[in-house]
Structure formats: C-alpha cells, structure tokens
Design a protein around this ligand. Structure first.
Ligand code: CA
Length: 359
C-alpha cells in the first residue's frame, strides 16, 4: 500500500501547520533522528512497549526518514524529568502520562484521567471530536510542547492492599502510591498519597515504605510482581477509568519537519493510542486468571458505600482543583459538560448492552 493511501486510510488528521501537503515532492535523503524519553522502565509491558511501538511506527510510516531512539526511565533522564527534557530540547519526544506534570500545571491531570470521569472510548471521543485536544494543546503551549494521546489503559484496577477495605475509614492513614486526582481524593479520605514512578513501586510496597498501591491492571501489575507484596486486589479503578498515555513533542523540532512527516507523527500517535488499549484489553483477562488461580490473589470489589463516598470526595477535590487556575477551570468545565452528555448516550448503549449481555 502506498504510504500516502495508508495515511489517508487511517484518517488523516490535520498537522499543526497550515499548508501540509502529502503531494509535496519528497525532501530527498534527509534523515532525521529523534530521541524519545519515557517515564517507563525500558520495554515494560504495555507502556514501555507502547512507546517502542510508536517509535517503530513512525520509522516505518516515514520510510526511515524519521527515526526515534527510545530511552527507558533513567537512561537519559529520570522518569519525572521527561517533560522538562523535551521542553528544553534534550529529547524531541516524551512518553508518559499527563498527571505527572500537575506541579507545572494542575490542569494537566485532567488529561490523564478524572476519577469517576471518562472511559477510554469517551476520552477519545472528547479529545478527537469533543474539543478536548484543543484545550490540551493550549495548556502545553507555554512549555513549547505539543501533546498527543498515545495509548489508553482502559478501566484500571483500584489497587493492591494488605488489609481489607470495608469502609472509607479503612483508608485513614493509609500510605498509598496513587498519582494525580485520585491521590487528592485519597488525601480527603484521610490517606497519604505518594507519587512514585512505576519502577519503584514493588520495592516500596514490599519494604513497607507504602501500605498500598495502584498501578494499572492485571497485565501490568503481574509483570511488576505486585501480588508478591500485597494480598488483596481491589476493583474497579474508580480513580482511572480510562487513563491516557501521552506523548509530547518539542514544538520547534516538530515545526522543523516537513508537513508530510508531521502528519506521520500525529497519525502514528493515533494508531498507538488505539493499539495500547487493544493490547491491554486482550491481555488483562488472562493475567487476571493467572493472578487468581496460580498466585491465589484475593480479588475484591470495593463496597458500593466506599465508592459512593469516594465519588463525593472526588467532586470536592476536583472542584477545588478547578479553581486553582484558569486553565483548570476551563478544562474541568469542558470535561464535565462532555461527561454529562456522553453519560446519557452510554446509559442506553454501552451500559444497557453490558447489562443485557449479563442477563
Ligand atoms: Ca494507575
């Protein structure tokens, strides 16, 4: 298949610059090499491999004109410095999740996941066709970065605990690794949220430095061996119902690319966004069975009463963050309006269907 047709077929999205032309004569033999820094351990299932997939896709789709070398966490910069590294041009692309940057701009958190917010399908609808992407670009603009969605985890697990969670009181004093808005909700429940990069979670949990942790879902959690350090595995992931993996691109590096390669980069992100979700969805169930049958993990549902209280605490936490900056207010408002609208549709489509299938 001609590359041009392929790009058309997967849904050409507008590159940032006007005048992008797929028919432009090729800029012969100009090879560009980029660095991609990530917040994940090198080749970590689903996340690290998602970054590798995106990089190889860009290489393939550009016929090798633009190639990326992927760096795992700490290979070039520490995981939580990826944003700054791309902002200042040490690397041209980064792969992480937006809530890691809440210290720079609180509104960034909304582009990872909002507790009790959008599912993967809804988030993609908001980003691509509901105005979300425009807002995301606006808040990364002062950092000289262009964001793109590059993967979604789907609904996560609530996490790993060494004691039962029967009421919100059981969260009091609990030191738990839980980033972003979910962490703010835990704080309101009397817990102590801790932000740790993925590669440090197992050791922290095993040594007792933290009491509990969330990570992603069965596939990723099994890979980290979290079942060896905690007994109870709770669901559902109220705090991250469809967490977005992001990529961010140095604006000057992007602007220096011919329009054809800009389109390759943005469309490759779109392919990767879908691929990570498909990958994790396909593998989570098998991993869950392994955890339950082979490793005798105790699978528990958070009691409805706990979820209802967490939802109320979420409302308070999110509204407070929404007042912390004009960008947060804008993003929170747009997201909430979209959620309320899409809920009406999904109540009679997704939810009604899943209920029907379970009758
Ligand atoms: Ca998570």
């Amino acid at each position: 298949m001609q590359r041009r047709d392929f790009i058309k077929q997967i849904g050409m999205i507008g590159a940032a610059t006007a005048g992008t032309s797929l028919a432009a004569p090729s800029v012969a033999s100009r090879k560009t090499r980029w660095k991609m820094v990530t917040a994940w351990p090198k080749n970590f299932p689903g996340l690290g491999t998602g970054a590798e997939f995106l990089a190889s896709l860009i290489g393939d789709m550009s016929d090798g004109e633009l190639t990326l070398k992927v760096y795992g966490a700490n290979e070039l910069v520490p995981p939580f410095e990826a944003f700054d590294a791309v902002s200042r041009g040490t690397a041209q692309m980064g792969h992480a999740s937006a809530y890691y940057w809440k210290g720079k701009q609180p509104a960034a958190q909304f582009f990872s996941a909002m507790p009790f917010g959008l599912t993967a399908q809804e988030m993609n609808a908001w980003l691509y066709h509901g105005g979300g992407m425009t807002l995301w670009r606006e808040i990364y603009e002062p950092f000289g970065l262009i964001p793109a969605a590059a993967g979604n985890t789907g609904v996560q697990m609530a996490g790993w605990f060494n004691k039962e969670v029967n009421s919100v009181r059981d969260l009091e004093g609990l030191k738990m690794r839980i980033p972003g808005l979910g962490g703010e909700v835990l704080r309101r429940a009397g817990g102590v949220p801790v932000s740790l990069p993925g590669g440090e979670i197992f050791t922290a949990l095993q040594s007792g430095a933290i009491d509990a942790t969330e990570w992603v879902g069965p596939y990723n959690d099994l890979a980290f061996g979290l079942h060896k350090a905690a007994k109870y595995y709770y669901y559902p992931g109220w705090h991250e119902p469809g967490a977005v993996l992001e990529t961010f691109i140095n604006r000057d590096a992007f602007a220096a690319l011919p329009g054809r390669l800009q389109a390759v980069v943005m469309n490759a992100c779109r392919v990767a966004n879908q691929d990570v979700l498909s990958d994790l969805t396909a593998k989570n169930n098998d991993a869950l069975q392994t955890l339950v049958t082979q490793h005798k993990v105790s699978l528990r549902k958070l009691p409805d009463e706990v979820l209802i209280q967490l939802r109320e605490l979420t409302r308070q936490a999110v509204e407070e963050i929404a007042t912390s900056s004009e960008a947060s207010r804008k993003v929170h408002h747009a997201l909430t309006v979209f959620r309320d609208k899409v809920t009406k549709w999904h109540d009679i489509s997704e939810r009604a269907y899943l209920n029907a299938r379970a009758l």
